[in-house]
Design a protein around this ligand. Structure first.
Ligand code: ITT
Length: 188
């Protein structure tokens, strides 16, 4: 059994924190919340955005931390909204996305988790394939009511087990493997 550890999730988004906390709890990692609006550079690379966000977060939080950069990428819109997911959700929202789509509805969620402390800057990414539903279904945050993961018929907002299959779960699982190993080697 791993001992609990101190690690912070730096974000402006409570929903992301609550999901990350539940997921990391299941791997025996205790996660605190450091709420902050982080600087987000304009780039087509989520990894670059995430690394810069993590460095900015460390300058504020000054404790070992993770940040996440996530986005929804729609194939027929050439990856839009992608790195602009937050802005697009606040402006045109799910209704605007649904209005843009016709037959082709394939999409994916991408998540990058970046860990930062005074010695390390490490990123872990993951994608989850799926599609955009015809209508908004279920009560959920962000794009959850319109995203249907591959091999499912329900949207993220309708599924009870989002946290066992999401892009966030997959990236955090990779991170946990690395992090728990790192902690073990420091213990010796
Ligand atoms: P921070 O950068 O402060 O962490 P944010 O909300 O801007 O918060 P992201 O850049 O990671 O976070 O995500 C961009 C947007 O993508 C987010 O605001 C949501 O609208 C959407 N999003 C990301 N993950 C999602 C998920 O699991 N379910 C639904 N929408 C999601």
């Amino acid at each position: 059994m791993h001992k609990s550890v101190d690690l912070f999730f730096v974000s402006s988004n409570n929903h992301k924190y609550l999901e990350a906390k539940e997921i990391l709890d299941s791997f025996g990692i205790k996660l605190g919340f450091f709420k902050s609006n982080l600087e987000e550079i304009q780039s087509n690379s989520l990894k670059d955005i995430a690394s810069k966000k993590a460095i900015d977060a460390f300058s504020k939080c000054k404790k070992p931390l993770i940040i996440e950069d996530a986005g929804l990428f729609i194939d027929s819109l050439y990856g839009f909204p992608g790195p602009y997911s937050s802005y697009v959700f606040k402006t045109i929202g799910n209704k605007g996305i649904l209005n843009l789509l016709k037959q082709k509805r394939k999409a994916k969620f991408i998540s990058i988790i970046t860990y930062c402390d005074k010695n390390f800057l490490e990123s872990f990414n993951s994608k989850l394939d799926g599609s955009i539903s015809k209508y908004s279904k279920g009560k959920g945050w962000g794009y959850d009511p319109i995203f249907v993961p591959k091999n499912f018929t329900k949207t993220f907002a309708e599924l009870k087990n989002k946290n066992e299959l999401s892009h966030r779960f997959k990236a955090l699982k990779k991170f946990s493997n690395w992090y728990l190993h790192k902690m073990e080697s420091y213990d010796q």
